[in-house]
Design a protein around this ligand. Structure first.
Ligand code: SAM
Ligand code: SF4
Length: 313
């Protein structure tokens, strides 16, 4: 279905849980947030029904995210069920990788085709610090397994001034001998980062300055892609602040507590929980049609009052 601005909305990102086995400094407070109580979280049957209706409106691609989607019990059966829904062409996952080696094979069998792993540093101690306790070796093993399984792999690295901006070349070198895409994402001012110093928010232009030999390729979704000559994989720059991509945004989001978010950075949310049949169809259609034209991140902090772990990125 097209929205008011004639964008073809075909991509639904589902936060399956607000819980996480990590506590990344830029995403969640150490103590967690007021977690949704068990009753506030949608059942997987409810989410499946929403996907079924959304597919009728032209949603073709689903991303399972979180919090950490792999802490949600029943994710494999859920993946199998939604991959069988007519119209759904692709199921993808965004994960920190910590639990992936236990689920990767079954998820692939259940219809998963692509995985984005979050990986901001290749230094084990810094990885432990930024994730507040995660182990780099687990995420690297997860990436190896995904590649062995034949899944398409992308790596999401949030660039943080003074933390990993000198690791750009090391992260890019992951694409030397592997057909993967390393995506640099600009740090966004939302939730946990609202009071962070401006110096942490670096522009993706830094990647181009550090690697002038990057060759420009095509635009893929919200990423401008590049390749270093002779490298197998590619680089993606996702630059919500320095290069707004809202005019090409084809995505809507569903939170774990059943709210449709037509834009990540807007405070507009439409409750879908408890709706069935025509009521659900009308709410979905209204949400898609009224998707905001653009976000405000170039002007200041996000207008969304959520923490990122409750939206899913
Ligand atoms: N737990 C999973 C993971 O880390 O991949 C999925 C959920 S996480 C919220 C999704 C993505 O959002 C991750 O790639 C993470 O790095 C990114 N993210 C979280 N907070 C962010 C922020 N303030 N700015 C930019 N990206 C952020
Ligand atoms: Fe968890 Fe992902 Fe947020 Fe890190 S970025 S705290 S792994 S939800």
């Amino acid at each position: 279905m097209r929205d008011f601005y004639n964008r073809d909305i075909s991509y639904l990102r589902i936060s399956l849980t607000d819980r996480c086995n990590f506590r990344c400094l830029y995403c969640m407070p150490q103590e967690g947030i007021d977690k949704c109580s068990h009753n506030d979280i949608m059942t997987l049957e409810e989410v499946e029904e929403i996907v079924r209706q959304a597919a009728k409106f032209g949603i073709k691609k689903i991303r399972l995210t979180g919090g950490e989607p792999l802490v949600r019990k029943g994710i494999v059966d859920f993946c199998r069920n939604i991959s069988a829904i007519p119209g759904i062409e692709e199921i993808t996952l965004t994960t920190n990788g910590g639990l992936f080696t236990s689920y990767g094979r079954s998820l692939k069998e259940a219809g998963l085709s692509r995985v984005n792993f979050s990986l901001d540093t290749l230094d084990p101690e810094k990885f432990r610090k930024i994730t507040r306790g995660g182990r780099l070796e687990d995420t690297l093993a997860a990436i190896d397994l995904a590649l062995d399984l034949g899944l398409k792999v992308k790596i999401n690295s949030v660039l943080i001034g003074g933390f990993n901006d000198h690791e750009i070349k090391d992260l890019v070198d992951l694409t030397k001998d592997q057909d993967i895409q390393v995506r640099f994402i600009e740090l966004m001012k939302i939730g946990q980062t609202l009071d962070w110093d401006d110096s942490a928010f670096v522009s993706n232009k830094l990647v181009l300055e550090k690697l002038p030999s990057l060759e420009k390729l095509q635009v893929e979704g919200v990423a401008q892609t590049y390749r270093l000559p002779g490298y197998q994989g590619t680089i993606g720059l996702i630059s919500p602040i320095s290069s707004c991509f809202c005019q090409d945004c084809n995505r809507i989001r569903l939170t774990a507590d059943g709210k449709l978010k037509p834009c990540l950075h807007s405070d507009t949310e439409i409750n879908l929980r408890g709706l069935k049949g025509q009521d659900l169809e009308e709410a979905l259609a209204k949400g898609i049609f009224n998707k905001p034209e653009k976000h405000n991140l170039d002007q200041g902090p996000s207008h969304s009052h959520r923490f990122m772990n409750t939206i899913g990125g």
